[in-house]
Design a protein around this ligand. Structure first.
Ligand code: GSH
Length: 231
């Protein structure tokens, strides 16, 4: 694996509002995160890096999704990001597994309990929030990869239904907004993704989640620091 271009390890790269300048310098950091500033799954990881105090240990190397020469498919055969490269050991994916690794590196259990019923609950609720992003991505890909005549309203309704039911579950029982953990990070990234992509008008239908996101953003500054670029 010989990257042509990388980002250096800087806190700035985690919080930037624009793509940082490229460099050919190989990072000295023990870990390198492959992702983009617009990826909600990569945002989960960027927030975790920030809150766990690991910004000096993780370099950033942006994925160029439209560049066939980008080695992301060698690093993760699924071609998905985020993907965390290590100085020793194979690459680590997906976002929730990366969160667990980062917790280990930080010797913390702040994001996810190590064992017990709370761990299973949090993993399940984190997957529920992940599923909002997954379904939203499928809506985007439907438009991106299918000509208008081949787009399926049935498919769109299925994905929209998943998003709405998951949002209803969180609206009914939101996690405490003053905690930063795997569930709250992922839910905030999912809601931020819906806002950014304007996939559905969720705000009028889910007022408790609107309030929840405001409160979480006030509680956790890393959420604002990792906002996707405006353009
Ligand atoms: N379950 C994975 C999902 C990752 C994912 O779908 N990432 C998107 C970018 S936000 C991606 O890689 N899309 C390109 C593709 O699916 O080929 C995770 O949590 O990391």
């Amino acid at each position: 694996m010989s990257p042509a271009r990388r980002w250096p390890s800087t806190a700035d790269a985690l919080s930037t509002e624009r793509e940082p300048a490229m460099t050919t310098t190989l990072p000295a950091a023990p870990y390198t995160l492959r992702g983009t500033l617009t990826s909600p799954f990569a945002r989960k990881v960027r927030i975790a890096i920030d809150v766990l105090g690991l910004t000096d240990q993780v370099a950033m190397w942006p994925v160029q999704p439209t560049d066939p020469a980008d080695p992301i498919e060698e690093q993760n055969p699924l071609g998905k990001y985020p993907c965390l490269l290590r100085q020793s050991g194979p690459p680590v994916y997906d976002s929730s597994v990366i969160l667990e690794l980062l917790q280990d590196v930080a010797r913390s259990e702040a994001l996810l309990p190590a064992r017990g019923a709370e761990r299973i609950d949090m993993l399940t609720r984190t997957r529920l929030a992940d599923g909002i992003i997954d379904a939203g991505a499928l809506l985007i890909y439907e438009d991106r990869y299918h000509e208008p005549a081949h787009r399926s309203d049935v498919w769109r309704e299925r994905q929209t239904g998943k998003i709405l039911r998951a949002l209803a579950a969180f609206e009914h029982e939101p996690p405490p907004p003053d905690r930063t953990n795997a569930e709250t990070i992922t839910l905030a990234c999912a809601l931020g993704f819906l806002d950014k992509r304007q996939l559905i008008a969720w705000r009028p239908a889910f007022p408790a989640l609107v309030a929840w996101l405001d409160a979480f953003a006030r509680h956790e500054p890393a959420f604002g620091r990792t906002a996707p670029p405006a353009a």
